[in-house]
Design a protein. Sequence first.
Length: 378
Amino acid sequence: MAEGLGEVSGPARLAGPEEGIGRDELALAARNHGLPLEALRHPVTPPGLHYVLTHYDIPWADGEEWTLTVGGRVRRPLELDVAALRARPSVTLRVTLECAGNGRALLSPRPVSQPWLTGAVGTADWTGVPLRTLLAEAGVGPDAVDVVFTGADHGVERGVEQDYERALPVRTALGEEDGVLLAHTMNGAPLPPQHGYPLRLVVPGWYGMAHVKWLRRITVLGTAFTGFQQTVAYRLRQEPGEAGEPVTRIAPRALLVPPGFPDFMSRARVLRPGPVLLEGRAWSGRAPVTSVEVSTDDGATWRPAELEPPPADARHRWAWRRWTFPWTAAPGRYVLCARAADALGNRQPVRPPWNRGGFANNQVQRQPVLCLAGPGPA
């Protein structure tokens, strides 16, 4: 740790038994934002509603002067500006992104960090150059192990000064199935600053930490990458000293559009009696979603929801799918839940999968509602 950094950058910790959200967590929550759950109705999330997590500062970027370098264990190092990348053949993929820390604030004890509830998700149409074509042009060496992606965002975390960097195994970077993109366009327009303008990585099926924003350098290594965000952060640990398992692919999740109307402060939901179409979205980065179940009694019983058919367009296979469930609400109090399962048999748990970083918590959503007796105001 550099001298003095320890005064501003402390170690990871868990909140105390009675400790509420602190000012530091509130500051993070004010900088970052989740998807308002009513926006799940959009099949493609408008950029301003898509979740945002920024580790450090949003870098100032002049797209005309931005360059991307490709080096390391390659035969032909490359240096390209954004105009050259835009001129290359591109593809568009519809991909659901979810923050690895989604659901962290629901854990007990709570890991102190960005206090996500359930809304750290969004789906966009990302357009860009397939990473594998750029790596093929550079000529990846036969001894390549990892491909490192370096962003322009710079800061300090747990006493370590760093650029934000993550790596993918070379087989993932070169793989055709996942279609890793160097994206310059979001929903048909240049990337907004908070989403990585002018260039970012999109890794279908992986949690958001892999989708490096403000991308400026790609380095092919002949050894495993050991940077902070790879070997210290984003690991599933029960105890501080463990090496832990890496966070990689998105666990299955279904989210419910909160029905009825909300109280301003508490966001408690209120309904009138009668037919209600419950709806939401479901996704998994491990395999296609195969089913969604809904409970109106806090998980005591479950019934199948109707899941929209798999996408006909293979470019949408990593996007969420809509589900619906008709329900007739009678006066009373209810807790609504939805859970998803995928083709590999992964199913959302009712109890949260706790770890010290608060990662990959895909526990079943619980949405309390109050159904009032009688009609609404005239």
